[in-house]
Write a protein that binds this ligand. Structure first.
Ligand SMILES: Cc1cc2nc3c(=O)[nH]c(=O)nc-3n(C[C@H](O)[C@H](O)[C@H](O)COP(=O)(O)OP(=O)(O)OC[C@H]3O[C@@H](n4cnc5c(N)ncnc54)[C@H](O)[C@@H]3O)c2cc1C
Length: 390
């Protein structure tokens, strides 16, 4: 039987085929061993970098492939459908967008070609703080100007891949919230060179989680960052990271689609083969309907992801669509995960089947990079004109 057919898979067939071939070199056993140790998939990230898959969004003038977000969604979807995980490296694709869209020409020349070649890893994106939560305007990590440097103090949480990145795009306050005309004013974006920073004002503490995600807590104590590393204008940083967040949500939605396809492929194959009561379990409609429902949900969500990516590529406003794509895709992947575990019965819990690992991995997406409630709140107030609750 073929793997699940679909309405959207025709996009970028050569890229998809090449990603599948690469991922075949990193089978379940590779990921299970890393998962046990919570270790970083260095070889996998290196292979993707060398193949050029992480630089698809960087313009050709700066050494990348100059493709649009649709190509990047194809890469990440295939990684996840193959049973691999793009969480270790997806940020290398889109975090550079803040520099590309808002950095100076000197910054672009200095960083983008090296990010494209893999010489520089820009894998860390520092926004979330323990006391601010989703209310980003409440961040308190502060960058004080001192001559031709900023002096940064504060704390960040859940900053993924910080130990595996040469650079970090950091959002911090450069003016107090109550001293700014709007709460979203007074924040700025700095490019932090992690190699120089660690041990000189920056401390990284890994946070062990239910999935292998290389996430960390960061402590800044008078970290000195050259003023030349300020992206765009001081005080306008929140705007600069917003369009990067739209790209992030669409790309992570594509990972959810890949996960859902992985679970549907696995469940379909198992339901065809596994015989109980003298017949394949998939003959029972109680088993086949949840698989069919997962397929319906995944396909519908995939169309929303494609739509959001097309808007982003066209330079159209896409905040609502990016959020909606992330919501429906994360719910489709979670439904498919639960369905796949149930279809496998007891074997779904065995590590060697990779179902329980992917089940844990795909649960993240209803919380990060933005949680479902906040998306519903956005749709309620921005689209449906319902009263704001905060
Ligand atoms: C593994 C992992 C990796 C991450 N990587 C990064 C990273 O690299 N960089 C980074 O900056 N951040 C990262 N994050 C942070 C992530 O973006 C946040 O965890 C996420 O946005 C949710 O924020 P929070 O955890 O502060 O939840 P909170 O804001 O504290 O919210 C807690 C719960 O309350 C709900 N809630 C809050 N306010 C409301 C409201 N008004 N109405 C209804 N419900 C509400 C939320 O939906 C959520 O369910 C990561 C998180 C994890 C777990």
């Amino acid at each position: 039987m073929p793997a699940v057919s679909d309405l959207t898979q025709e996009t970028f067939p050569e890229i998809r085929e090449a990603v599948r071939r690469l991922c075949a070199r990193f089978p379940g056993a590779y990921w299970r061993a890393l998962d046990r140790e919570r270790a970083y998939p260095t070889e996998f990230v290196q292979a993707l970098t060398e193949a050029g898959f992480l630089s698809v969004l960087i313009p050709e003038d700066y050494g990348g492939s100059g493709l649009g977000l649709g190509a990047a969604t194809a890469v990440l979807e295939e990684i996840h459908r193959s049973g691999c995980n793009g969480g270790a490296c997806h940020a290398q694709m889109y975090t550079m967008g803040t520099i590309l869209r808002h950095g100076s020409e000197a910054q672009k020349q200095a960083y983008l070609p090296k990010i494209a070649s893999g010489e520089l890893r820009l894998q860390a994106f520092g926004v979330t703080e323990p006391d601010a939560g989703t209310d980003t305007t409440r961040i308190s990590t502060f960058a004080r100007r001192d001559g031709d440097e900023f002096v940064v103090s504060g704390r960040k949480i859940w900053i993924s891949r910080a130990e595996h990145s040469d650079l970090m795009v950091l959002l911090c306050r450069t003016a107090a919230r109550d001293a700014s005309p709007k709460p979203s004013d007074g924040m700025s974006v700095l490019i932090v060179d992690m190699r120089a920073a660690v041990g000189n004002g920056l401390t990284i503490r890994p946070v062990r989680t239910m999935l292998n995600h290389a996430t960390t807590e960061l402590f800044f104590e008078d970290l000195r960052v050259p003023a030349a590393n300020l992206v765009g204008e001081e005080g306008r940083g929140f705007r600069y990271i917003l369009d990067g967040m739209n790209a992030e949500r669409i790309l992570i939605a594509a990972e959810c689609i890949g996960d859902a396809r992985f679970f549907i492929d696995r469940a379909s194959a198992y339901a065809r083969d596994r015989e109980v009561f003298g017949r394949p379990i998939g003959e029972n409609q109680g088993v086949q309907f949840p698989i069919a429902r997962a397929y319906v949900q995944m396909t519908s969500a995939a169309l929303m992801v494609d739509h959001a990516a097309a808007l982003f590529e066209a330079g159209e406003p896409c905040g609502t669509e990016a959020n909606m794509a992330k919501l429906v895709a994360s719910e489709a992947s979670w439904f498919a995960a639960d369905m796949c575990l149930q279809t496998h019965g007891g074997f779904g819990f065995a590590e060697e089947y990779d179902i329980e690992r992917k089940f844990r991995e795909t649960r993240l997406y209803q919380v990060a990079p933005i949680s479902t409630n906040l998306i519903l709140s956005h749709v309620a107030t921005h689209v449906l004109d319902l009263p704001k609750s905060f």
